[in-house]
Design a protein around this ligand. Structure first.
Ligand SMILES: NC(=O)C1=CN([C@@H]2O[C@H](COP(=O)(O)OP(=O)(O)OC[C@H]3O[C@@H](n4cnc5c(N)ncnc54)[C@H](O)[C@@H]3O)[C@@H](O)[C@H]2O)C=CC1
Ligand SMILES: O=C(O)C(=O)CO
Length: 348
């Protein structure tokens, strides 16, 4: 039997019981639930990742809906427990739902929601930040300065890459990949090459129009190309950012062989999911190619890094913060609450 979990209760007399496995930013999401007659229970347990047993204890005997987190394993055990407690709706507070077994949810009659859109620009901005930080060696230079090593300007000190007129490669040109591509094309006048299973028509139109604008102003136009294979992007791009969903087709999409295809001085950014890159192969590649740089927001065995990664000066690592702006996180919480409510509102 799991230990009882600590909770904070809002609107104790509400008719529907909705559980959030974590406190979430803002109060709009709580107010929306209360307005629809929900008793809101928020788990305040001081434990970063709740186990399946912890969440089963939270669900208890009666629960109408749950808002959960991407760190939790939403599979058969949890959907079975939620269904037994009368639950009909679950929302991940994330757009990615690789932690959710949607088939299991279907089997138990639980509707599943996620939080797309509201985090698109914020996530793309972090990918752009990592791209620039890697190109200009910002983290290394910061450590150098703080280490008291700066003795004066030198022609060779922290020389990095100029992005202007280089090629940006995007793998997975969906919402976030396309927003990132637009930032890099418009912000740095980079040419675009992308690979996706589907054509990114709006993105292509944007780059074409921006190219025409530049030309009309006497500047060299930017260009775009839809690659017929992922390897084409890896071969041609100077900066490559990964934005696909994580599923069977994208697991270890970037492996030893594909790293070898990339330019020796390329920059690789990952703000999608850790397992899209074979991280062991990446560490070896970083060791063998000191001019190759990566910017990583996500890791294969999150929260852990593969041995050796933390020692690599050509790697920038941040703790899965790509969607971490106040506006976005409040928006994600609001969307998650609406997802859980939709089912109940629909029934009324
Ligand atoms: N690091 C972070 O904090 C965040 C990470 N994410 C991750 O980013 C992912 C993408 O989010 P969105 O852009 O909103 O989703 P989206 O569904 O709009 O875009 C995903 C794209 O990947 C493409 N794709 C799927 N399989 C592919 C393959 N085998 N090769 C190439 N492309 C493939 C799809 O066609 C689609 O265009 C999420 O699933 C999530 O895992 C999202 C938000 C924040
Ligand atoms: O939404 C997601 O998928 C994240 O990784 C966090 O925002």
């Amino acid at each position: 039997m799991a230990k009882p979990v600590q909770i904070e209760v809002w609107n104790p007399n509400g008719k529907y019981r909705v559980v959030s496995t974590k406190p979430m930013p803002g109060t709009r999401w709580i107010n929306l639930l209360i307005q629809q007659d929900c008793r809101v229970e928020i788990c305040t347990q001081n434990k970063t990742i709740l186990s399946v047993e912890d969440i089963i204890a939270l669900i208890g005997d009666k629960c109408d809906g749950v808002i959960g987190q991407l760190t939790e394993d939403w599979g058969d055990a949890l959907f079975s427990a939620l269904s037994k407690a009368g639950g009909k709706a679950f929302s991940n507070m994330a757009v990615g739902y690789n932690n959710v077994d949607v088939n299991a949810a279907n089997r138990y009659g639980v509707a599943v929601g996620n939080t797309p859109g509201v985090l698109t620009e914020t996530t793309a901005e972090l990918a752009a930040t990592l791209s620039v930080a890697a190109a200009r060696r910002i983290v290394e230079a910061d450590a150098f300065m703080r280490g008291g090593l700066y003795e004066g300007w030198l022609p060779h000190l922290f020389v990095g890459n100029l992005l202007k007129r280089q090629t940006v490669g995007v793998i997975g040109a969906g919402r976030i990949g396309s927003a990132y591509a637009r930032m890099m094309v418009e912000g740095f006048k980079m040419n675009l090459i992308y690979y996706d299973l589907y054509q990114a028509t709006r993105l292509e139109k944007f780059v074409t129009a921006y190219g025409q604008f530049l030309k009309a102003n006497g500047e060299q136009p930017v260009t775009w190309k839809r690659a017929s294979s992922m390897d084409e992007v890896l071969r041609e791009a100077d900066v490559i950012s990964l934005h696909p969903v994580l599923d069977k087709t994208t697991y270890h999409l970037v492996n030893k062989e594909r790293l070898a295809v990339m330019k020796k001085e390329a920059i690789l950014v990952n703000c999608s999911r850790g397992p899209v890159i074979d991280e062991v192969a990446l560490v070896e590649h970083l060791k063998a190619n000191p001019m190759f740089r990566v910017g990583l927001d996500v890791f294969e065995d999150e929260p852990y890094m593969k041995p050796g990664l933390a020692d690599m000066k050509n790697a920038i690592v941040v703790p899965h913060i790509a969607s971490a702006s106040k506006w976005t996180r409040e928006g994600m919480a609001t969307l998650a609450a609406l997802n859980v409510l939709v089912y109940h509102l629909y029934k009324k």
